[in-house]
Design a protein around this ligand. Sequence first.
Ligand SMILES: [Zn+2]
Length: 220
Amino acid sequence: MSKSKTEQVKPNQSNLVTFLLIIIVVGLFFLLMDEYEKKPLQADVYIQAGHEGRLVGNTGSVSAYGREIDWTKIVADEATRILRNAGVRVIRAPADQKRESVVLLALSIHFDGAKKACSTGASIGLNNASDRNAARAWKRIYRTVFPFKWMPDNFSKNLKYYYNYRYTLASDAELVLELGEMSCPEQARWMKPRLKKLGALVAYFAAQRVGASGVEKPVF
Ligand SMILES: [Zn+2]
């Protein structure tokens, strides 16, 4: 009788030990994953496609010519492809990567939408005086091809207090590039067939900033 009792207890105990071990291993796994997530990413250039990956919240502008969320992806992908071909390390981020990135240059690609069509144009967002040099350089480049108006730097709250600045630590600059107003028919008609070229221009600019050679300026 007593012998059979001890025989019954043993398997229960080993089940409990196995169960606890599994809990510990799973717990450790999630702890390590969490630490890994917190580790900053490092590269030369960070390129974010504005609004990419969002189904709710600020999903970007929409006009008769397309959706901002689709346009930013085309520009960011083309810029990334060209830069990587030139040996530049690129972090290609969606709207909500929420992970710190340490880079030389961080760029967030957007297109503006305005309630009153054609009231805006191209613009730049920045949050530090040290970003101004790169901002001026981008304006010099984009002014030569973009045949519409420019808004002052940080003309909107979304540019001045861009939510993603906190995730990018850039030694050269972190900029939001609004490439034009897609709710303005003239601007949208000019931009839509040139989205890949805009990506090539962003790549050219980024390559210049990080000192990479072999990225040509696209002809518009
Ligand atoms: Zn946007």
